[in-house]
Design a protein around this ligand. Sequence first.
Ligand code: 2NL
Length: 344
Amino acid sequence: MKERLEELQQEALKKVDQADSVQGLKDVRVEYLGKKGPITEVLRGMGKLSKEERPVIGQLANDVREHIAQAIETKQTALEDAALEKQLEEESIDVTLPARPVKIGGPHLLTSIVEEIEDLFIGMGFEIKEGPEVETDYYNFEALNLPKGHPARDMQDSFYVTEELLMRTHTSPVQARTMGAKDGSEPVKMICPGKVYRRDTDDATHSHQFTQIEGLLVDKNVRMSDLKGVLNAFAKQMFGADREIRLRPSFFPFTEPSVEMDISCKVCGGKGCSVCKGTGWIEILGGGMVHPNVLEMAGYDPKEYSGFAFGMGPERIAMLKYGVDDIRHFYTNDIRFLEQYHKA
Ligand code: 2NL
């Protein structure tokens, strides 16, 4: 029996050595160590042995079994390591391959235009102010010389939240609030960019929500020539040093006198073409001298203080500067439109 066990051990170890797969090893385990295997058989036949032989053969059978099991385990680890090694080798990455391009976003055209305008006015000493988009009737209308019954207050034209609250129809209430917060002697020099709302049917040139930037300068001895100088500097920096400006008389309830400003047409240089509709001029903003009623309501003595104010639509500025033909391009977020204005 001893010889038989030694023979089995040798045979099994040889097969373990030859096994070249995890499955092959499993087969060896089943063949030699399984319930129907030769070692189990030897152990079963121990009853026939003498008392002296039994423990010796029992011990040997267990040793053989242990030895074979150990050999299988060692071989299995070796096979698994080799498989992993092979997999790692096959999966190695080529770091010299060019990278997949990363898509980077950029500021929206409107954001860029608003920031460009802000920078221009910061350069002239103006500060940037913001205010609420849901406004009181008082700041949106009353404080701007738009008394009750004025057609601009019409329910048809504004989004009302309650009788007294509405979505602001211009950014002027920010200016009325800023003036009102001072004690009537401090100068004001500000611009206020932001969203405004009007009940309008959207089309190529109208939107129920759009952007406005208004400017205000209040101090002693402020004159129309100051307004003209500031707007001329703005127009030349925004559209090019070769552009001329002209002021035409106009009307706004919150300014007196009121003006509209045109810039000379770049396409025809002032001769008249389809872009400027034959006039040689393109309208870009409105402004004027702050109405004495507006100064007075904000706590400034109109005999001592005067001011100029102006307002523009950044959408319109961007449309003129870049030839955008439909205001809805700013809001529909078609990436093919927006990407054109992402600077490298
Ligand atoms: C336009 C014209 C304008 C103002 C806005 C203003 C504000 C105060 C006092 C006086 Cl607090 N005026 N703002 C004045 C004239 C014109 O906007 O065409 N905007 C798009």
